[in-house]
Every structure is written in structure tokens, then in C-alpha cells.
Ligand binder design. Structure first.
Ligand code: NAD
Length: 310
């Protein structure tokens, strides 16, 4: 198995480390040739400055794209048309139609397409998902997410909803095991070119609800969520992967630390080898983008947006 890494920025360098540990890294590609050279030397692989050169000269099975969102479509189209399996970082594309286009090309070329919704591989989410599925504490009724950090200076092309809230939108869909039917949001900007704070409310069937609060204003990094079930409330931290379960008379703490990125990349590789089922389906990633688009529209118009998602 040979995998290439496209984009070696703040996040892509983590992919490189894991691909190298798994002994599947075959080359790196970044328009910044200095960076490409540095990582190629460090990991003993070739580097390319352009995707066209990489496609012409390198034999490989799949690619991970970790470039700015606005470039995902063009890069993914070329790779899928070359019959390569593609893992594209979140959000899959900026526009949902672009994501639909990628799904069609992947299907036509019979290759795998997935997206980096990493929290699915976070052990806190995995544990809550299992508890909810088994109905250990009754039905899941409400979810609440908080994701806060200081503004990332390098993100210029999108706002916080497409960059950050999407993680929690995907996790809410995953935990409820369905798509929302209505979105209401309020967002604004203080320092960024696009929105840098947002509250998104997702309504699911039977009055279930997810409230997603994100901002790039707080100086401290916060990544927490809570899940209210009929017989218990679970509160958790995505970073520590610790879950506190509170019931009427007792409480317990569960903490299983795993490296989500390793599990995520392994799922991509094992799906290519037909050894596992793909966890993040491309249509689910496109739905997240549709919900992000609806949230922006809702905020601009001040109205709820009703959805009918696949
Ligand atoms: N899953 C997560 O938790 C997570 C975390 C951070 C970032 N991300 C995602 O990863 C992606 C990259 O984010 P980042 O923070 O690493 O960005 P970054 O700006 O730090 O890095 C992007 C890199 O891509 C390179 N690049 C730009 N255009 C290119 C092209 N056409 N071909 C090849 N290389 C190109 C740049 O030179 C740069 O090195 C984004 O989609 C982001 O949303 C995901």
C-alpha cells in the first residue's frame, strides 16, 4: 500500500507521522517546496511541488489531502479521476454541490472517498455512541457542544461554521444516528474576515436537539460536549477523552485514551484493503456541508431552514 500526503501544514504533518509509522508513506506534495523538501528528507520519501508532477511520476494507491478548504475540490477531482483512493480533510469541500460531484467521480472510478471527521474516532464519542445505541440510560434527547479557541491566523478562506462547527455537526448526526430536519443559527464576526462566533441549533425528529457553540474569540482552548439521556447525563471533553456519567444517585468516570488520527487513517487504509467498513461515508460529509450552508443562511436571514437530507 502506498499513500501520498498532499499539504504539509499544521495538520498535514500529523498525517505524515502516522503514515510513516504505518509504513505506507510514499511521497509528499506541497506547493511550498521548502516544506516538501524538509519533510521528504526527514521521512526518506520523494517530494513534489505540483500534483500534476506527482501523478505523472509516482505510483501510489491513495492520497490524504490536508490543504486549505478552497483547494479540496480541484485536488480531489484530479486524484479520483486518476483512480486513487482519497481521504480529504474536513470540510470535504466548501460547497455541497462540489462534494456531490466528488461522490459521483469516486463511484464512477470505484475508489474510496472519505472525509476527516476525526471525532468519530475519539474514544469519548465512541463510548457515548455505544451507550446510546444500547439504550443503557434510555433515549438520547439533547446534545450540547462547546468548541472555543483563539483565532487561527492561517485560516483565510472560510469561517468558523465550515471550519470548526462542522466537527460537532457531524458528531451530533452520528450520535443521534439521523440527519437534522431544521437548522437555526446566529453567527457574527469580531476579528476574522468570515464569521468567528456561531451558535447553531439542529432540530431532529421527536424534538431532539443539538446546540453547537463555537468561537475564535476565547483565549483558552475548549472542546467539550454533553449528552442528556432520559436516565443519565454524560459530560465529556474531546481533549482528555474523559466522560463523566451522572445519574440520580451515583456518578462514574470513564477515560480511555486513544489517538483518533491513527484510528481514522487505519480505517481509510483497511477500507482500501477490504478489511473494514468505511466509518465516515462521503454522503454524510456532504450532509454536514449542507447543514453548515443552512446555518449560514439561517443566520443571514434570521429564519429557521428546513432540510430533507439523504
Ligand atoms: N481533522 C482535524 O481535526 C483538522 C485539524 C486542523 C486542520 N484540518 C483540516 O486540514 C486542512 C489543512 O489545514 P491546516 O491547518 O494544516 O492548513 P495549513 O495552512 O497549515 O496547511 C496547508 C498546507 O497546504 C499547502 N498547499 C496549499 N495549496 C496546495 C496545493 N494546491 N497543493 C499542495 N499543497 C498545497 C500549503 O503550502 C500548506 O503547507 C484543512 O482542510 C483543515 O480544515 C483538520
Amino acid at each position: 500500500m502506498k499513500i501520498v500526503q498532499i499539504g504539509i501544514g499544521g495538520w498535514g504533518k500529523n498525517h505524515i507521522r502516522i503514515l510513516s509509522e504505518l509504513k505506507v508513506l510514499s511521497a509528499v506534495c506541497d506547493i511550498n517546496s521548502q516544506k516538501g523538501k524538509e519533510y521528504a528528507e526527514r521521512f526518506f520519501v520523494k517530494h513534489y511541488e505540483s500534483l500534476d508532477d506527482l501523478l505523472k511520476n509516482e505510483k501510489f494507491d491513495g492520497a490524504i489531502i490536508a490543504t486549505p478548504t478552497s483547494t479540496h475540490l480541484e485536488i480531489a477531482v484530479k486524484l479520483l479521476n486518476a483512480k486513487k483512493h482519497v481521504f480529504v480533510e474536513k470540510p470535504m469541500t466548501y460547497k455541497s454541490e462540489e462534494g456531490e460531484k466528488l461522490i459521483k467521480i469516486a463511484e464512477k472510478n470505484k475508489v474510496i472517498l472519505t472525509c476527516g471527521y476525526i471525532e468519530r474516532f475519539n474514544s469519548a464519542v465512541e463510548t457515548v455512541k455505544k451507550i446510546v445505541k444500547e439504550k443503557k440510560f434510555g433515549d438520547l434527547i439533547m446534545l450540547e457542544f462547546h468548541r472555543e479557541n483563539k483565532m487561527p491566523d492561517h485560516i483565510k478562506d472560510i469561517g468558523i461554521i465550515h471550519d470548526t462547527s462542522v466537527h460537532d455537526i457531524d458528531t451530533a448526526n452520528w450520535l443521534f444516528n439521523e440527519m437534522p430536519i431544521v437548522v437555526f443559527a446566529k453567527a457574527g464576526k469580531i476579528n476574522h474576515e468570515h464569521e468567528d462566533f456561531a451558535s447553531v441549533m439542529l432540530g431532529y425528529k421527536k424534538d431532539k436537539v443539538a446546540i453547537i457553540t463555537s468561537n475564535w474569540i476565547s483565549p483558552k482552548k475548549v472542546r467539550t460536549f454533553s449528552a442528556v439521556c432520559t436516565n443519565a447525563t454524560m459530560t465529556s471533553d474531546f481533549i482528555s477523552q474523559k466522560i463523566k456519567i451522572v445519574r440520580e444517585k451515583e456518578s462514574e468516570i470513564i477515560q480511555i485514551e486513544k489517538e483518533p488520527l491513527l484510528l481514522e487513517i487505519k480505517n481509510f487504509l483497511e477500507t482500501i484493503e477490504n478489511k473494514a467498513e468505511l466509518l465516515v461515508k462521503p454522503q454524510q460529509a456532504v450532509n454536514v456541508t449542507k447543514i453548515a450552508e443552512a446555518a449560514l443562511l439561517s443566520s443571514q436571514k434570521g429564519i429557521p431552514i428546513y432540510l430533507d437530507l439523504k
